[in-house]
Design a protein around this ligand. Structure first.
Ligand SMILES: Cc1cc2nc3c(=O)[nH]c(=O)nc-3n(C[C@H](O)[C@H](O)[C@H](O)COP(=O)(O)OP(=O)(O)OC[C@H]3O[C@@H](n4cnc5c(N)ncnc54)[C@H](O)[C@@H]3O)c2cc1C
Length: 386
């Protein structure tokens, strides 16, 4: 492992070391690569995360969780991003769902879904994006829920939904009224409800976690399926998406660090002109530049998490963290591919996986352009970009 530049508390250090060891025991990089090549979810690692109560990080003990805060979550995600990226993406979704449930669920919903989730007995997906809209989903959303007796009927489709083929429950955002900023409601929809069908998509990365299109064909749900307040689902979700941005940043930092670690090791072992390639200054500079960008991104990510844990606003700093880490991860993995050269094309080695996986966070959960718009508007106080 690389030396840590940014210090965290002793307690966090112990947690990080224990988590790293547990992941290396059950899923060393070679196994992660095999699962990635065969597009298989790492159920063994999921069970270990459940046993270690990592699935409950950020959830209070009285709700069945392990306690902890945003700092513990970003540390978890950085380690997973470095060691087992698909599971890190699973955990980003998981942490978002547990937070949405905590902040918006009633007592019965928390009992029914939150406890089984943190105990690893069920999995959940978050369904916002559609085929006709991602960044502009609020204006382009076509999925609708119409009142039906005392319940609702859902019709529409969702696109690029992580984990939908393997989840038990979906949080679905659907339009319930015509309004510019409101009129969207969150629903808890069982994956096996009549009229729901998920179709796995063929994708180039995050291969250990399925990505799907979902159709909702006249799906009937009861009044208890509403999560939070009718017509207020979008502002409720936006509050959580700030957290998702910093969590995505932590995964991107992990990917960048992972790429630098394996490339440093390779540069020491591979020789050219009778010396390790890591002795060429050009190679050293490439790695030093990429590593500096990753560590700077980690500082922003930790600062976002510290703000969140202290109850302060995180919108600007989590946007900066997400932008910086997405760029740093792409730079670090690209540098890794340069230095591995021909060996970078070997699908049994992890650098090509890091390169592919790093691309996700340039556009998800929010694309880099819109992330910059947000920084310009809220920090630089410039007019809203068109
Ligand atoms: C592997 C994977 C997993 C995912 N998991 C989930 C999930 O679990 N749940 C979920 O709801 N979604 C999920 N998504 C969807 C993801 O959140 C969207 O892809 C993302 O929000 C971007 O939307 P889009 O792909 O429709 O891009 P678009 O919105 O079509 O953007 C296309 C391009 O236009 C640019 N652009 C758009 N608007 C602006 C603007 N205002 N200013 C400047 N440039 C702009 C963007 O930068 C981008 O380059 C996932 C996607 C992938 C690939």
């Amino acid at each position: 492992m690389l030396k840590q530049i940014v210090q965290v508390s002793d307690e966090s250090e112990i947690f990080r070391d224990a988590l790293e060891k547990a992941i290396e025991n059950v899923s060393p990089l070679s196994r992660v690569q095999e699962l990635d090549n065969s597009k298989t979810f790492d159920s063994g690692l999921h069970s270990v995360l459940s046993e270690l109560q990592v699935l409950g990080v950020g959830v209070p003990e009285e709700s069945g969780g392990a306690g902890g805060d945003a700092i513990d979550q970003v540390i978890t995600l950085e380690v997973l991003g470095r060691k087992a990226t698909s599971m890190a993406v699973y955990m980003v979704v998981h942490f978002m769902i547990t937070r949405i449930l905590l902040e918006n669920g009633n007592a019965e919903q928390i009992e029914t879904y939150l406890r089984p989730l943190v105990e690893g007995r069920i999995k959940a997906s978050f369904c916002l994006t559609e085929s006709g809209g991602g960044t502009d989903i609020l204006s382009s959303m076509k999925t609708r829920a119409t009142p039906d007796g005392d319940g609702w009927r859902l019709n529409g489709n969702k696109m690029w939904i992580s984990g939908a083929s393997t989840s038990d429950i979906y949080i679905v955002l659907a339009r319930t009224a015509e309004h510019h900023t409101r009129g969207v409601t969150m629903f808890l929809v069982p994956a096996n409800a009549k009229g729901v069908s998920a179709q796995e998509l063929q994708t180039v990365a995050i291969n250990g976690y399925d990505t799907n299109e979902i159709a909702f064909d006249d799906v009937a749900v009861g009044p208890d399926a509403v999560l939070g307040v009718v017509d207020d689902g979008f502002p409720q979700v936006i509050a959580t998406l700030n957290g998702e941005r910093m969590n995505a940043a932590a995964v991107a930092v992990g990917i960048g660090r992972g790429a630098i670690e394996v490339t440093r090791d390779y540069a020491l072992e591979r020789t050219a002109f009778d010396r390790p390639v890591g002795q060429f200054q050009a190679v050293q500079h490439q790695l030093a530049v990429a590593g500096t960008a990753v560590e700077a991104a980690w500082l922003l990510t930790l600062e976002a998490a510290r703000n969140d844990a202290a109850g302060r606003a995180t919108d600007v700093v989590s946007s900066m963290a997400k932008y910086a880490s997405a760029r740093a991860a792409v730079q670090a993995t690209d540098t890794g591919m340069d230095i591995f050269a021909g060996a970078g094309f070997d699908t049994s080695l992890p650098i090509q996986r890091y390169l592919r996986d790093a691309r996700l966070y340039s556009f998800a959960p929010l694309n880099n352009n819109t992330t910059l718009n947000m920084i310009a508007e809220r920090w630089l106080e410039l007019p809203r970009a068109k």
